[in-house]
Ligand binder design. Sequence first.
Ligand code: MLT
Length: 243
Amino acid sequence: MQTNVFFLPELINSGTIGGSCCVIIDVLRATTTIVTALANGARSIIPCLSIEQATEIANQQQVLLGGERDCVKPETFDLGNSPTEYSSDVVKDIDIAFTTTNGTKAMLACARADKILLAAFSNLSAITSSTAQESTLNIICSGTNGEITLEDVLLAGAIVHSRIEQPLAGVNDQATLALNAWEEIIASDVPATSLLDKMKESRGGRNLLQVDKVADVQFAANIDTTSMIPTLHPTSLIITASN
Ligand code: MLT
């Protein structure tokens, strides 16, 4: 078994991605929000690279527009990127054209993979059990504007932890670093508090604290609240539920 972590989409080894299973992570907040939207009954999420592309889709079909730039909802959008905005009364049976600064880019960077799953702390156990038998798993962190972010690395480490019996076998060095970061959390006295503290200190966390979104960091730090696994279909490039 091989487990690879890429701390940024730019670090992906393209030879490894083709035909593999990829797990995409943007804990703060794109993948957390998408997991929540689908768990609350959204029909599909259409990831878009730009506000213009999402708006174009909204001009052609009935969708809600969701996402952010600089952590803030674009003026013409219906929804921002806070998971709590995607409640069932808002999103049930609805298609959502969705664009975020980093998360949707990371998803679309993996379009050549066979299977593309989206992970958050909220669906950690569902992701680890559904990928347990994958002979090669590539875990891709979104980062923030080309910088590695701790919150994504921690979740990558949690997924690596679930697959590794002998820590140094079958992993790339980024997987080992992620695993070390996660093992520090689980060795602490109160892992849940330690995770939340680290997420607040992280690059993504600090950005959200600056715009008064601490509640989103708290939401994203909750582990195993759903078994929903969003899947990005490599041909249609649409995300739907796969649980
Ligand atoms: C992103 O894609 O860059 C993030 O989801 C940003 C955010 O927290 O809104």
